[in-house]
Design a protein around this ligand. Structure first.
Ligand code: SF4
Ligand code: SF4
Length: 439
């Protein structure tokens, strides 16, 4: 019998009411965009543009020179002012192309009339790669790679991730409500490429309108089912969603393809639709700008490279108590030191907390209550792993599953001693990688 849930997990306050009923608004074209040359997991791209060149929206700025890589494109029409290192929302600095808007909206893309059923799947795949599409649920893994599993891996199910379990964020929810037909066209493209017979759309029950709409639209489509899922964090994690929707367990260190499945986020599916129906690269995305530090929270369609501060201004600016900016939601988001960082392909939300909500509680000693163990969706022992890392015993932490941690933050959330467990784990992973490179 299907479990319809996964082991562990938590129920943090949702705060989605701030934006869940607000339609997606199109942001003004920014005066300048800062487009990092790497916005995906994988190999860096090679810059193919020079300073002082005029570019159109959609023009490639870089090329992918390795398989696990995707190009980036100009998101506005204008002049390339600089190609230099700039802070990015992942908390580091990376090479980025700054473009100054020329006042026009010239672009390289136009509407197509594709006959998907008769198109060569390899051509569809190539277009997805050329469009620079990488997972838009936050992981930013190149989409064309996920769509080309090795020949010994048989895929029988395409699983569409409409869960959006992170508190505050509503970008995917709104996309499902406002672009359902386009998402279904995107699914059709993906099923052609993967040659799968069955597609499941997983949506949490806190989005009843999206469930109802998608069920209505797929009523006559026998190969697509919409599965309402109980609300639980981190159900949007690939492994947790596969467990909940398909009752299949991805092995430790394994991938969804090991259980005959490919998972794609609804935002990514929409980007695939645009790439095939408009030849449009991934140059814009929906971002939820929200939190107690934002005057008027909104869902915004923003160009990639738009500085956070422009979108915050578009939402009426900061409230007087605004304190901390996060790229993403409160569970997995990354704190920012400046609001002059750009929206990237994986930016699903900008959360601004106030002084009260951004206070980091002081840690105390572990009381061995095992709550962190009970709720860990990866069946790990976060207390033990963190303790090993504190004592610089990285190999022991690895033996206890350090690398399986999906950094969901559930253990930190539940811990009565306020132990910063996920921070230790992230630090431990960094040390592990450094040691592996130097050995
Ligand atoms: S150990 Fe990792 S996977 Fe487990 S709850 Fe903590 S952050 Fe999540
Ligand atoms: S939840 Fe906190 S106090 Fe309880 S065992 Fe885990 S680390 Fe220790």
């Amino acid at each position: 019998m299907r479990s319809k849930t996964f082991r562990g997990g938590i129920h943090p306050s949702e705060f989605k009411h701030l934006t869940e009923h607000k339609i997606i608004e199109k942001a003004c074209i920014p005066e300048r965009v800062i487009v990092p040359l790497q916005q995906h997991i994988g190999a860096p791209t090679e810059c193919i543009i020079e300073k002082d060149t005029h570019v159109k929206a959609g023009q490639p700025l870089s090329k992918a020179i390795k398989l696990i890589s995707v190009p980036v494109h100009a998101s506005i029409s204008g002049l390339v002012k600089s190609i230099e290192f700039h802070p990015n929302p992942l908390g580091t600095k990376s090479l980025a192309v700054t473009i100054e808007h020329d006042g026009s909206d010239d672009s390289t893309f136009t509407e197509q009339d594709p006959d998907i059923n008769n198109m060569d799947p390899d051509i569809l795949l190539k277009k997805i790669k050329t469009a620079g599409i990488a997972g838009m649920g936050g992981a930013s893994f190149p989409t064309h790679v996920k769509l080309t599993p090795p020949s010994d891996k048989k895929i029988n199910t395409l699983l569409i991730n409409g869960v959006e379990c992170e508190p505050f964020l509503t970008a995917d929810h709104r996309l499902m409500l406002e672009k359902s037909d386009e998402i279904l066209k995107g699914i059709h493209i993906l099923t052609r490429i993967l040659r799968v017979r069955h597609t499941i759309i997983g949506i949490e029950k806190n989005k009843p309108d999206a469930i109802q709409l998608m069920q209505k639209k797929t009523k006559r489509l026998k190969k697509i089912s919409v599965i309402p899922l109980p609300v639980k964090y981190p159900q949007g994690g690939e492994k947790q969603l596969i467990q909940a929707a398909l009752n299949r367990q991805v092995p430790s260190g394994g991938l969804p393809m090991d259980v005959e499945c490919v998972v794609q986020n609804v935002g990514t599916v929409f980007a695939v639709y645009e790439a095939i129906y408009f030849n449009k690269p991934l140059i814009e995305r929906v971002v939820t700008v929200t939190g107690p530090g934002i005057t008027e929270p909104k869902n915004i369609l923003a160009r990639i490279g738009t500085p956070f501060k422009d979108l915050i201004e578009f939402c009426g600016g900061y409230t007087p108590t605004a304190s901390k900016i996060l790229n993403g939601g409160p569970m997995m988001g990354i704190a920012q030191v400046t609001d002059d960082v750009p929206v990237v392909k994986g930016t699903s939300g900008i959360l601004v907390l106030d002084q009260l909500s951004s206070k980091i509680p002081e840690e105390s000693t572990c009381i061995s209550c095992a709550r962190c163990v009970d709720i860990c969706p990866m069946k790990l022992m976060p207390n033990r792993i963190a303790s090993y890392i504190e004592h610089n015993r990285i190999e022991d932490a690895e033996k206890y599953g350090l690398l399986d941690c999906i950094e969901c933050g559930s253990c930190t959330y539940i811990c009565p001693a306020k132990r910063h467990l996920v921070h230790y784990i992230k630090f431990g992973k960094m040390l592990y990688n450094e040691r592996r490179v130097s050995s």
